[in-house]
Structure formats: structure tokens, C-alpha cells
Design a protein around this ligand. Sequence first.
Ligand code: ARG
Length: 403
Amino acid sequence: MASVSERVVLAYSGGLDTSVGIGWLKDATGKEVVALAVDVGQGGEDMEDIRQRALDCGAVEAIVVDAKDEFAADFVMPALRANALYQKRYPLVSALSRPLISKHLARVARELGADSVAHGCTGKGNDQVRFEAAVAALAPELTSIAPIRDLALTRDKAIAYAEEHGLPIKQSKKNPYSVDKNVWGRAVETGLLEDPWNAPGDGVWEYTDDPAKGLPAEDVVIRFAEGIPVAIDGKAVTPLQAIEIMNTVAGRHGVGRIDIIEDRLVGIKSREVYEAPAGIALVAAHEELENLVLERDLGRYKRKIEADWANLVYDGLWFSDLKRSLDVFIAHTQRHVSGDIRLKLQSGVAMVTGRMSDQSLYDFDLATYDTGDTFDQSHAKGFIELWSLPSKISAKRHAKNEG
Ligand code: ARG
């Protein structure tokens, strides 16, 4: 009577909620739980320790995937090419990792013949939507289970369950904040930050030093090839290395601290604090290189599309048809986005101070006010005459109507 149990693949972080989630899932569904830990550069614990903990908490199998390079190349780089900043500020740190984790959840579920996947999100955030919408788009046959949300499991219940079952979870020294972290940045929520008037205290920051520390300014030169950073100060880098280096360099100047009221997809306004030194510095550099090489109307149009792209990704629609089609458009815009950008880093600011490209549309002879000017100013007069003609006609009517 060897009936094969059904399996569920759980996105496992190693923390209290998902550790307890293994037992809860088993109890509530009768399924065998496979734990999947995806390394997106969250740092902290050794992934092998996390894997072992999943087994100790009752997982039948625990899998670790090092997805840092994949995350950087396939998820962060498209965001950089899109200059993606939700509400013009947030580089989509968590929103980018969820579709990647979901992709691995779906893959492992299919490989192991599981019929469902699970995540440890609550019902109040965006991440639940991102996981489930991504899985729905990639593997529509799978069911998503959210034990924390659907069984209304609180932190106190989790601690009680862990104690009762002797689960090997050391209660982390009471971190007052909820933190989500990857190589593209950190998101910090809850605790004192829930009062939007409270300034983020020093304990919030990890990727950035105090911008008021007064380090001398530092220049860094980023070379892009088709919108992707390929060298920093002359040294060739992979996308992951570019991000890691810029986190260190921009981070020591306090670049990339963000404090905003954010509109969540579920309708809640929340106070969010982020730090993304590489994200803010690289987007500033990339955007300015585009200003140099993109034909005017293409540049203007792309800026509008960028906001749509960021909203779609924020809202969990990474694998949607519209987002994929926008990716094709954006990729096509990047053909000429190659060249060097010099950033000056100082006191929390990454300022572009130089740009150079063999794809540049900047024409010195047209732009100069000195001798050698090739721009024929006599054309401007007639151009403006025609350009303002519709306004002039309309103004005349207005004058007539007003009497
Ligand atoms: N509000 C941000 C977002 O929706 C950050 C989410 C952080 N996630 C977390 N589980 N703490 O992208």
C-alpha cells in the first residue's frame, strides 16, 4: 500500500516563519514538504546551515540554489535597462527576486512531481501576489499555498509551535524590523518605521555608511555595453560583480538611502525604507548615457514606458504578456547604449560628471557657442513661426470669443 504522498515545494528562507511553515504545511495538507532556498545575495547565514535546518524541521528534501548570477543578469539587468524606479524612487529590490524564486519553485515542483508550491508571505503585502502570479504564469497546473496567511499564523504562534516541537530555531536577537535583502538592495519595514514621522535610526542601515561622514569625493567610471555595465574603472565585470562593487563603492558614500510612503498593490499605503547603493548609482549612470545616445523622441517615449514597466513588475506581473513585450521594446532601445559614464560619489549623492560614447549623438559643432559653430541659426526663425502657428491661431479665437 505504498501510496506516493503528494508534495509541496516551499520557498524557504531559514527564518522562523518558513521553518515552522514546514510542520504546519505537513499538518494542514498531509503533503510532504520539499524546502527550496534560493540564494539571491541575502547574505548572513551559510546556505548549507539553512538547508540542514529545513531537514531538521521536517522537510523530506532540502534544495539550495545559488541564483546570484542569474538574478543579476536576468532580473536586475532588465530593470537597469528600464531605469526601473517604482514611484520614481524604489529600485524594485524585492519585486525582482520574487519572480526568480517563483521560477525555481515551479521548476523544482515539476521536476519532483509536486502538485503545489508554498510561500511564507502574509496577506498584507505585495510578495504573496508576486509569488502566486508568477507561478500561475509559469506553471498554471500548480496550486499555491500560503500557510502564514491562510492559517492566520502569528509570530507568537510560530514561536510556541517551534518550542513545542523542539525545532532548531534560534530566536534571532529581537530585530525590530522586517528586512528583505538581496544583492540589489535591502527593504526595511515595521517597528518604529510604522510611524511615518519617525526618522530611520542608525540601526536601519547596513549597505550604506552615514552620508554625513564626510569622506572625500570619489570618482568611478562605469562602462556600459548595450545598457549593461561591463567594466568599472577599466576592470571587466559581470553584472553581479558590477552590482557588488557599486554597493561597496557607492555604499561607503551613503548613496542609495530611500525613505518613502509607498502604494502597495493590495491598497495599503506603507512606509518603506530601502538602501540600494548600486541600484541608485547605476540607474543614474545608465539613464544619463541614454540621454547621450538615444534619439530625442525615442528617449522621451522610453521614459514613459519605464514607469509602466516598474508598475508591472512591482505589481507581480513579471511574466505577463505586456511586460515581456515591453522587454523586447526596451532591449531594442539599448543597441546604442554603450560608452563610459563618470560618477562622482560624495555625501549620499551619485552625480554624473562625464559621459563619452562612440554612439554619442552629441555634436560639439552644433552645440558650441564658440567659433566653429555649424548650426545655422537663420533656420530657427522660420521653424518657430510654424511651430507656434497653432497656438497663435487658437489665441486669436480666444481673443475674439472674449470680445
Ligand atoms: N514593499 C516592498 C515591496 O513590496 C518591500 C517588500 C519587502 N518584503 C518583505 N517581506 N519584508 O517590494
